[in-house]
Write a protein that binds this ligand. Structure first.
Ligand code: AMP
Ligand code: GLY
Length: 421
């Protein structure tokens, strides 16, 4: 099969390396890809949001399977456009990707179908939102822009004043553009967070092994929120009992709800959960693999990923047994100093072999480019250094040992991945 991966980050590199293991995979393309990905797939110079060119490329090259990994092209209807041309694509259609693209949609869905989540109100008028905060809220207050905002649309305001300022910056100053035309104000929940990615064909849902993201930039969960600075799998807080409760109260009801709404979800659905004192609740849904969750979940997948993609597309997931490796995996993200704010690009990375790897670990490239045979930094998150082992402790040791072999000017990574709540 000829397979086209859409996207350019560490998640896409992890997906590509897994697809490459399949005996069915004959040729892999990635658009637009990155320096490290170019060692595993043929790079195609088409932007991830250029639906027209992507469809034309898939047609011209008789691509058998397109994997749309990032949120934006999913929300914009890239899978719909592929299907219209008879091209098989993995990922939800636009009317289902809305579960991530609109927080108002997802909150209303959960309310309608009794899926546990934080209590909330929706506002399209800043005055009403501020009045509500003054009269009803107790700090901390959680203020969320409705639409996609590069993972930055959530503000946890520690005081009522900060919450009112957040409403103003989102709704009046349009900090996130039109994504802030509506907002959700919700109850602040506490408890450990768990990420569960699940394969679903719209009818059947098969959760993958659990994982834990570390979103803050610095150790001890200090600093700004980032796309994710590291992950481990499994998540120690996701016990068998919690998993059972999530399956019954969250996973199955969500798939059923989307089906009833006439928006069957096919692809990978990401459940961002918080294990609160009152049980697991949904913090957010994503319509795709998480990044860097994919980097620790996929190395543990034993079953052929191409077979899974086909079963999802053909709505035959119930017939497939999905198997996982025991043990654990850990991913430490090496980022450019300054990320998630401003940072330098084009800095040479040393310690990688000619394929962009290193002994003892798997290096997923997130923001790199290849120039004159050298790998250079080309983004905020640069590399996801990942190891699998029998225990989490060993996986972390292996990942950190490999990190120690790689360097670039101003490289920043967290030293406490797998060690915080
Ligand atoms: P999101 O972009 O929805 O993943 O939110 C970013 C982060 O904000 C989450 O990972 C949580 O740590 C935090 N968060 C979001 N909603 C809540 C909430 N209702 N209560 C407490 N923390 C929250
Ligand atoms: N790591 C969080 C996300 O992919 O949304």
């Amino acid at each position: 099969m000829k397979i086209l991966m859409v996207g350019s980050g560490g998640r896409e590199h992890a997906l590509i390396k897994k697809l490459k293991e399949s005996p069915k995979c004959e040729k892999l393309y990635c658009a637009p890809g990155n320096g490290g990905i170019s060692k595993d797939a043929e790079i195609v110079d088409i932007g991830a949001m250029d639906i027209e060119k992507m469809v034309a490329f898939a047609k011209d090259n008789a691509v058998d399977l397109v994997f749309v990994a990032p949120d934006d092209p999913l929300a914009a209807g890239m899978v719909d456009a592929m299907e219209k041309e008879g091209i098989r694509a993995f990922g939800p259609k636009s009317n289902a990707a809305i579960i991530e693209a609109s927080k108002v949609f997802s909150k209303n869905l959960m309310k309608k179908y009794g899926i546990p989540t934080a209590k909330y109100e929706v506002f399209d008028d800043p005055k009403a939102a501020i009045e509500y905060i003054e009269s009803e809220s107790t700090a901390p207050v959680v203020v969320k822009a409705d639409g996609l905002a590069l993972g930055k649309g959530v503000i946890i305001a520690q005081t009522i004043e900060d919450a009112k300022a957040a409403v103003k910056s989102i709704m009046e100053d349009k900090q996130f553009g039109d994504s802030g035309n509506k907002i959700v104000i919700e109850e602040f929940l506490t408890g450990p967070e768990v990420s569960v990615l699940a394969f679903t064909d719209g009818n059947v849902v098969k959760p993958m092994v659990s994982s834990k993201d570390h979103k803050r930039a610095y150790d001890n969960d200090e600093g700004l929120n980032t796309g994710g600075m590291g992950t481990v799998s499994p998540n120690p807080y996701y016990t068998d009992d919690v998993a059972k409760e999530c399956m019954e109260k969250i996973f199955v009801p969500t798939i059923e709800a989307m089906k009833k709404e006439g928006r069957p979800f096919k692809g990978c659905l990401y459940f961002g959960l918080m294990i609160t004192p009152n049980g697991p609740k949904v913090i957010e849904y994503n319509a795709r693999f998480g990044d860097p969750e994919a980097q620790v979940v996929l190395p543990r997948l034993k079953t052929d990923l191409v077979d899974i993609c086909e079963a999802v597309i053909d709505e035959k997931l119930g017939e497939l047994d999905i198997e996982w490796y025991d043990g654990a995996a850990a991913c430490v993200v090496m980022a450019s100093g300054g990320y998630p704010l401003s940072y330098k690009k084009g800095v040479e990375i040393t310690g990688l072999d000619e394929n962009g790897g290193v002994d003892g670990a798997v290096v997923y490239h997130a923001g790199t480019k290849l120039e004159g045979g050298k790998f250079l930094t080309n983004g905020g998150r640069v590399l996801g250094v990942t190891a699998r082992a029998d225990s989490l402790g060993e996986a972390l040791d292996k990942a950190y040992e490999a990190v120690g072999k790689i360097s670039f000017e101003n490289a920043h990574f967290r030293k406490d991945i797998g060690r915080t709540k």
